[in-house]
Design a protein around this ligand. Structure first.
Ligand SMILES: [Zn+2]
Length: 191
C-alpha cells in the first residue's frame, strides 16, 4: 500500500477507537502529538524500504535506507510482524518517557496507543496486498487475505485507489453519523 492509504487508515483506526470509548478530557498537546504519533505509526513499518519517506528526506538517506533494509531482512520482514510491533512499541515508549520532561502536558500513554494503533492498521492493510505480511515471525510465513493471491490488492493500482476513496467515504459518513459525539470529543480538549 502507498503511504497515503496508510496515513488515512491509521487516522481512521485511531478515530474509531476514540469514538468507541467514553469521552475523556485530554490536553491539546496530547491531541496534537497523538495525531503525529498515529501518522508516524501508520508508516513506520515501511521504514524497511530504501525509498521510504524518512530515508528520502534525509541527507545520505538512500545509503542508510539500503543498509537498514539489509539489516532487518528486507522489505515486509521484521517491521511487518507482531515481533516488530513489540520492538517498535518498546522503543517508542522509551523515547516518549525520555522526552516527557520537556513535554509535560503530553499524556505519554495516549500518544503511545496512537502510535501502536497506527502501526497495527498498517499491518492489517498490508495483509490485503499480494505480498502478504509475516505476522508471526520468526515463523517465516506470509499471511494474506483473501487466501488466494490473485484476489489481493496490488500496491498503487486502481483497487488500492478505490479502497482509499471507499475509506474516505465511510469516514465522512461515520463522522456525520456521530457528529454530536465528535463535537463532544473536541470540547474535551483542554489547554
Ligand atoms: Zn508496509
Amino acid at each position: 500500500m502507498t503511504a497515503r492509504t496508510h496515513d488515512l487508515a491509521a487516522f481512521t483506526a485511531w478515530g474509531y477507537v476514540i469514538l468507541a470509548q467514553p469521552v475523556r478530557s485530554v490536553s491539546l498537546a496530547t491531541a496534537l502529538v497523538g495525531l503525529l504519533a498515529n501518522q508516524l505509526g501508520g508508516i513506520a513499518p515501511d521504514i524497511d524500504q530504501p525509498t521510504a519517506p524518512l530515508w528520502r528526506n534525509l541527507p545520505l538517506g538512500k545509503i542508510f535506507g539500503k543498509t537498514f533494509d539489509k539489516l532487518i531482512g528486507g522489505h515486509r520482514f521484521l517491521t511487518h510482524s507482531l515481533l516488530g510491533m513489540a520492538i517498535f512499541g518498546y522503543l517508542a515508549l522509551g523515547l516518549l518517557n525520555l522526552v516527557h520532561p520537556i513535554m509535560p502536558h503530553v499524556e505519554v500513554h495516549i500518544v503511545w496507543y496512537a502510535f501502536m494503533i497506527g502501526m497495527l492498521s498498517h499491518l492489517v492493510l498490508d495483509t490485503f496486498t499480494k505480498e502478504g505480511v509475516p505476522w508471526l515471525l520468526p515463523i517465516p510465513i506470509k499471511f494474506g487475505l483473501p487466501p488466494f493471491k490473485a484476489w489481493r490488492i496490488t500496491t498503487g493500482k486502481i483497487v488500492e485507489q478505490a479502497l482509499f476513496v471507499l475509506i474516505l467515504v465511510v469516514d465522512i459518513w461515520y463522522g456525520s453519523a456521530h457528529y454530536n459525539q465528535l463535537v463532544t470529543v473536541f470540547r474535551h480538549i483542554k489547554h
